[in-house]
Design a protein. Structure first.
Length: 213
């Protein structure tokens, strides 16, 4: 057996990307700065499976990047369900729309180019079944505080990058604003009596948050 890393082994023994996701992964790695921000095969399957287990009627995503995670999450939507994905970087808009168009699931996805906090503060939507937070790490606490009232009782919030490549416990990053933002978020979630949560050591850390009934 050829020697491989544990990450390579996990990828080889996990369900592969569909054609649309593989195309987005390729395009992102070739044409987009910081392609490591893409969720990727394994995390993408986890997001898809979680969404399929929850069977949300309405999903909200903060931080679209190139659309990969949006399509993964949309796989679990109920018939007639909808997903709203918010991206602040307007330079990515054309790329996102082209990528989403690779999948028929795009018919259920509404892309909004806006500041996430501003959108959350003025949205007419009042109930989401599933929210995925993957935007500016410095503002995770504010996202959480704005999102929680919009999540139905028994609903779910997923937050990406919550271990931040181990920086979360590394004193060398005590002055790094993104690390500090994520630490504050993790503390805020752990201290909130209205939720229960677990951090999975998946990729860069994925936190599952359940809003209590």
């Amino acid at each position: 057996m050829q020697k491989m890393s544990l990450e390579e082994y996990i990828e080889a023994h996990s369900s592969p990307e569909n054609e649309a996701l593989a195309q987005i992964s390729y395009r992102t790695n070739v044409h987009i700065l910081n392609p490591h921000m893409l969720s990727g095969q394994v995390q993408g399957r986890v997001l898809s499976f979680l969404s399929q287990m929850i069977r949300p009627e309405r999903i909200l995503e903060l931080g679209t990047f190139t659309g990969y995670s949006a399509l993964c999450l949309a796989e679990g939507l109920q018939d007639g369900g909808e997903m709203i994905t918010i991206e602040h970087n307007d330079e990515l808009e054309d790329t996102i729309r082209q990528n989403l168009a690779l999948s028929p699931l795009s018919e259920n996805i509404q892309l909004v180019i806006a500041d996430a906090k501003e959108w959350l503060s003025s949205t007419p939507y009042t109930k989401f079944d599933l929210v995925f937070i993957d935007a500016d790490k410095r503002e995770y606490v504010e996202y959480f505080n704005l999102v929680l009232p919009l999540v139905r009782e028994g609903g779910w919030i997923l937050a990406d990058n919550t271990l931040w490549d181990g920086h979360i416990i590394d004193t060398a990053y005590d002055r790094d604003k993104q690390t500090l933002g994520l630490r504050a978020f993790n503390e805020a979630v752990a201290a909130n009596p209205n939720v229960e949560q677990v951090i999975l050591p998946l990729r860069d850390g994925l936190t599952l948050i359940h809003k209590l009934r």
